[in-house]
Design a protein around this ligand. Structure first.
Ligand code: HEM
Length: 529
């Protein structure tokens, strides 16, 4: 095991106190106001080590921002298990240890985020919100990388770069543009359900504490006998849910574009710890031909009356990060990070995502990103992996011969773990093809969602869509109206009517996402909960 020598390095030189500034070589800094120059008017000298160290570190203070979800806020906390999944003991469905005993606590770190814009963009924008949780379990880390909304725009990972490009700023003007977004969407009907949520008040959560979370994609739970079920995860805020109208969001943004980060930080500082309850929906691990959607299609909700939400535990956030960069910026979540008792499903999005996260993190943070304290499991780690940029410790077993970084070995290397429960061995058979799924049903749930909205939510949705679509090319408008009509005739009619009366000449800024000149829908955002 690696020994922490930092404590023995706390000796001070005779010129130092506990408050003395040093450089990164440990040299006390005697003058932090002036660089070394020839006379007090310069020129400067090149052997100016303290200055060059300081400025060159500063020059490298930024790492590449996340390609999506650049803007975020984070907090530490814990998960407490109920020791039940609904009325059943968790072991019926999963052998994952963190769920088994009532009251069992697992430390965790959460990062909330917005998706499209960069690190310092306003937190009032119409955008899904990221809701990523890293559980430091006794069996190693489990990451649940979710969003606030329960579904997604696309169902095949190969479309992710196209979808993100359409929603990110134009590569020429660097402006986000509603026409580019709806050019993509009007050719991609599976996005209609997500668009219906996004342009409603559900597209602007009031803050991070009062929003839901969802794993979106379908995973598997595996029990001791190796039997699996399909599972979806949902977080429900105990603070209630609150969303904003476009006008309310604009008013906040005019005064404060960091309001959600501030709200989370201040709540935790004053001991008002936010909590969420974790629910799962469970389905037997089959294709379910009786459903009018494919259970692995992440553009669909699993109806609650058929697949009830079963409570499994709660999460409490009770500690702010000590340093934003080392924790919130460098934290790295991934959908591949599962513990024993959990598995992937065949959900094509989930499989594409699972490659993408660790791939981008090796580039964004570096190949040894898992050695950073925020990402490292809070348990023994012993591998044969060595080297790579910025390796600062060796993940070596306590009794491991340090010369043996391979396996198998008779003379002192690491050994494979014993298999705990029975392995889950799904049977897969079929031709290798490039095809979309059969049960696409792109419009029905979008129409249902529209009809479940309250009056003020529908009004907001229509106003926001019309504002964004009005300056778009007429061919895009026509395609979109056709698709809204297929979701629900009233939905399509209202957008069509709105577009007839809209001022399409107002293309001055082509603001996306309902923003520009938005006449607020009549009713105010209400708290739900
Ligand atoms: C972040 C890829 C779909 C939720 C990211 C990042 C990438 C990525 C490359 C940046 C990660 C980093 O730099 O650490 C993809 C791909 C997807 C996809 C390829 C589809 C094929 C989704 C979906 C969700 C989601 C469906 C919601 C369930 C998130 C969240 C983050 C993120 C919450 C931010 C994590 C953090 O706070 O560090 N995604 N994503 N993504 N993604 Fe996805």
């Amino acid at each position: 095991m690696e020994k922490d020598h930092s404590a023995s390095n706390q000796k001070k030189s005779e010129f130092e106190s506990d408050e003395t500034l040093t450089n990164r070589q440990g040299h006390p800094v005697t003058n932090n106001q002036n660089m070394r120059t020839v006379g007090n008017r310069g020129p400067a000298t090149l052997e100016n080590y303290d200055f060059i160290e300081k400025i060159s570190h500063f020059d490298r203070e930024r790492i590449p921002e996340r390609v999506v979800h650049g803007r975020g806020a984070g907090a530490h906390g814990y998960f407490e298990a109920y020791g039940k999944v609904g009325e059943e003991h968790p072991s019926k469905y999963t052998r994952a240890k963190l769920f088994q005993e009532e009251g069992k606590q697992t430390p965790l770190f959460v990062r909330f985020s917005t998706v499209i814009h960069g690190t310092h963009s306003p937190e009032t924008l119409r955008d899904p919100r990221g809701f990523a949780v890293k559980f430091y379990t006794e069996d190693g880390n489990w990451d649940l990388v979710g969003n606030n909304l329960k579904i997604f725009f696309i169902r095949d990972a190969i479309k992710f770069p196209d979808f993100i490009h359409a929603f990110k700023p134009d590569p020429v003007t660097n402006l986000q543009d509603g026409e580019r977004q709806f050019d993509f969407i009007s050719n991609y009907p599976e996005a209609m359900h997500m668009i219906t949520f996004l342009f409603s008040p559900w597209g602007i959560p009031a803050n991070y504490r009062q929003m839901q979370g969802s794993g979106v994609n379908t995973y598997r739970w595996v029990n001791e006998e190796g039997k699996a079920v399909l599972v979806k995860y949902h977080w429900e805020p105990k603070q209630g849910i609150k969303n904003l109208t476009q006008k309310e969001a604009a008013e906040i943004q005019a005064k404060n574009f960091n309001h959600a980060t501030q709200d989370l930080y201040e709540a935790i500082e004053k001991g008002d710890y936010p909590e969420w309850e974790l629910f799962v929906q469970i389905m037997s691990d089959e294709e379910h031909p009786e459903l009018d959607f494919d259970p692995l299609d992440d553009t669909k909700l699993w109806p609650e009356n058929q697949f009830p939400w079963l409570p499994v535990g709660k999460m409490v956030l009770n500690r702010n990060p000590k340093d934003y960069f080392s924790e919130v910026e460098q934290v790295a979540f991934g959908t591949g990070v599962l513990v024993d008792g959990m598995d992937f499903s065949d959900d094509k999005m989930l499989q594409g995502r699972t490659f993408s996260y660790s791939d981008t993190q090796r580039y964004r943070v570096g190949p040894n990103y898992l050695q950073l304290p925020i990402n490292s499991p809070k348990k023994r780690v012993a591998t044969n992996q060595r080297g790579g940029q910025m390796q600062y410790k060796v993940d070596i077993g306590e009794n491991q011969n340090p010369h043996i970084n391979y396996e198998p070995s008779t003379i002192g290397g690491l050994k494979e773990a014993e298999q705990g429960g029975k392995e889950h061995t799904p049977h897969v058979e079929g031709s290798i093809v490039r095809e979309s799924i059969d049960r696409q049903n792109n419009f029905k749930q979008a129409g249902d969602t529209y009809n479940h909205f309250e009056g003020w939510e529908k009004d907001e949705l229509i106003v926001n869509l019309v504002n964004t679509l009005a300056p778009c090319d007429e061919r895009i408008q026509t395609k979109m109206v056709e698709m809204f009509k297929q979701c629900d005739p009233d939905y399509g009619r209202r957008v069509e009517e709105g577009l007839k009366h809209a001022d399409s000449s107002n293309t001055s800024s082509r603001e996306p996402m309902g923003a520009e000149g938005a006449e607020d829908a009549p009713r105010k955002a209400e708290e739900k909960g």
